[in-house]
Design a protein around this ligand. Structure first.
Ligand SMILES: *Cc1c(COP(=O)(O)O)cnc(C)c1O
Length: 373
């Protein structure tokens, strides 16, 4: 019998059923010989705006650019402060750094791993211009409280929706609450291209117009440049693939919730495991299935020795990354983010993960906690 191997992520099961459609799309674009800023991009933007429940969606090159261009559209610059979670993926921070604004990290709630309006309120100053809530692991932030605070205090909200395509807060899609919102279509995200991609969503005509120019050399009319722009476009091939995949997003997210619920049912009460928290107002999409244990490193090794791949999201919080030395943060400055970095582990969860594989993961974890630790 060959040794069992359960990868952390395998995208083939998700792409295989639509293989022929993707090949058709590629062939038709090859025949059209039109690769950038064409009909497929326009169609995807319309479809994604419609899906998200917003007026405008704008395709860009990747998620990092989506956040960066959103901040630029809001005119965020040196001297401004932008509040970000202390426990996010580094892209959220990098986008702020590019603008020259000051990063103001706020600690997440230890149960939901997301920032709350009350924690944000304590970090506000007269220079606060924007907040970037991140729906981490596909769990929506409590957006009504965040938007109420933003409206009463007069700062802008840029949702980082890279991990939460299709998630709902009170029956409204994430990525539709903020003044302008960013997402990523990196292949492994819930809605992923077959390469890099990103998107910006907004209800503001004015902000949409700015991003349209910023992504394309500062130009809306060819060879007339209004602002110092960038080259950050979503190409026709990726846009076509994304149109196809958008049709399946809700089905895939439903399957993710089913897989997550299986883990939750079978891992309750096992060892010291802390399972994902679910606020009744949110419909999560489990971009990642993250549990916590103080035996994290040993558990990770044990699973690995038993052929089960896991990852850690994320092992080093941004404030302790070498790249951010210059901000002068030190260990102990953001204890919740540091605690999460030390105790979280992400289990395999992907469309196509079999029941046998899930049983193996659960049983191996139980076996680990049955040893003397
Ligand atoms: C993936 C991700 C990004 C960046 O997306 P890219 O397309 O890789 O640039 C930003 N924020 C979060 C929370 C992410 O998970």
């Amino acid at each position: 019998m060959s040794k069992k191997h359960i990868p952390f992520l395998n995208l083939r099961h998700l792409n295989d059923p639509i293989r022929n459609l993707l090949i058709e799309d590629f062939n038709s674009i090859l025949d059209s010989a039109w690769f950038i800023m064409g009909n497929h991009l326009a169609s995807f933007e319309k479809a994604y705006a419609n899906y998200s429940g917003v007026q405008h969606a704008i395709g860009v090159a990747n998620g990092l650019d989506a956040i960066h261009l959103s901040l630029l559209a809001l005119d965020i610059k040196e001297g401004d402060e932008v509040i970000v979670p202390s426990n996010t993926y580094i892209a959220t921070w990098l986008a702020v750094t590019y603008t020259g604004a000051k990063i103001v990290p706020v600690e997440p709630d230890l149960n939901t791993y997301n920032i709350t309006a009350s924690a944000v309120e304590k970090a506000l100053t007269e220079n606060t211009k924007a907040l970037i809530p991140v729906h981490l692991y596909g769990q929506p932030c409590i957006m009504d409280e965040i938007m109420q605070l933003a409206d009463s205090k007069g700062f802008s909200v840029v949702e980082d929706n890279a991990q939460a395509h299709g998630a709902l807060f009170c029956d409204q899609r994430t990525g539709s609450f903020g003044h302008i919102n960013a997402t990523s279509f990196y292949p492994g995200k819930n809605l992923g291209a077959l390469g890099d991609g990103g998107g910006v969503t907004t209800n503001s005509d004015n902000l949409a117009k700015k991003v349209l120019a910023l992504r394309n050399y500062g130009s809306v009319k060819k060879y007339y440049n209004e602002v110092i722009g960038f080259n950050s476009r979503l190409d026709e091939v990726q846009a076509a693939f994304l149109i196809r995949k958008l049709h399946y997003l809700d089905t895939w997210n439903k399957e993710r919730r089913r897989l997550a619920n299986y883990y939750i049912e079978h891992l309750i009460g096992v060892g010291d495991i802390i399972l994902p928290f679910n606020d009744p107002r949110v419909t999560p999409v489990y971009h990642l299935f993250v549990i916590r244990t103080k035996f994290r490193d040993k558990l990770k090794l044990f699973l690995e020795q038993n052929g089960i791949e896991t990852l850690i999201h994320y092992p080093v919080p941004p404030h302790l990354q070498k790249a951010y030395n210059f901000l002068g943060f030190k260990r102990g400055d953001f204890p919740v983010a540091e605690e999460l970095a030390a105790t979280t582990i992400s289990l395999p969860l992907w469309v196509g993960l079999s029941e046998d594989d899930q049983i193996s993961v659960v049983n191996t974890i139980k076996l680990f906690f049955n040893q003397k630790l």
